[in-house]
Unconditional design. Structure first.
Length: 184
């Protein structure tokens, strides 16, 4: 039987997006993120982070720095009882990347590459999975991969409705009913 996943963007969903976060002292966790991941685990979901990290490609920080922060974040989640199963990242940027990082890559959202890689690794049922992102590109990646439920996290009122079909939530707790609905 295939498993379901809760796909989470990092900056703007897991932590405040303060611009190219790459050190633990820069991390401010979004209210409700630990409760959300505990609830997802309780409902039988894998928890998978899919994050564009063009700061690597732009030369603002290194892949080892990203991995060090990721290990720290995963330890924080484990302490809170909300284990993260995997983290996928795309360091590329088509115009601002430096050297080998300057390219179009299917892993970079809105491309579905990271989600599809997780699907293969965990034999996921994407139609029964859920994605939460804070940007239209997150939602576009979910739709392109065939993720069944795509939620746009917008803690502040939007200037205009999203152009991409999705449900808008203003708190992470608002995602809980979707986890339970998909569980049924």
């Amino acid at each position: 039987m295939k498993q379901r996943a809760l796909f989470l963007d990092r900056d703007g969903v897991i932590n405040l997006d303060c611009g190219y976060v790459h050190r633990s002292e820069e991390v401010v966790f979004i209210e409700g993120i630990f409760d959300l991941t505990r609830q997802a685990r309780h409902c039988g979901y894998r928890v998978v982070v899919v994050t564009n990290q063009s700061g690597i490609g732009r030369g603002l920080y290194t892949e080892p720095q990203f991995h060090q922060l990721t290990a720290w974040m995963q330890a924080e989640f484990a302490r809170q009882g909300g284990t993260i199963d995997a983290v996928y990242f795309s360091p590329y940027h088509p115009t601002e990347g430096i050297g080998p990082y300057r390219r179009e890559d299917p892993s970079r959202k809105p491309g579905p590459g990271m989600i599809l890689e997780a699907q293969r690794a965990f034999e996921l049922d994407l139609a029964a999975s859920l994605l939460i992102g804070d940007r239209p590109t997150d939602i576009q990646a979910g739709l392109a991969a065939g993720v069944g439920t795509n939620l746009l996290f917008a803690p502040h009122p939007l200037d205009k409705p999203p152009e991409t079909p999705c449900t808008v939530i203003s708190t992470l707790r608002a995602a809980w009913p979707f986890l339970r609905e998909l569980q049924a």
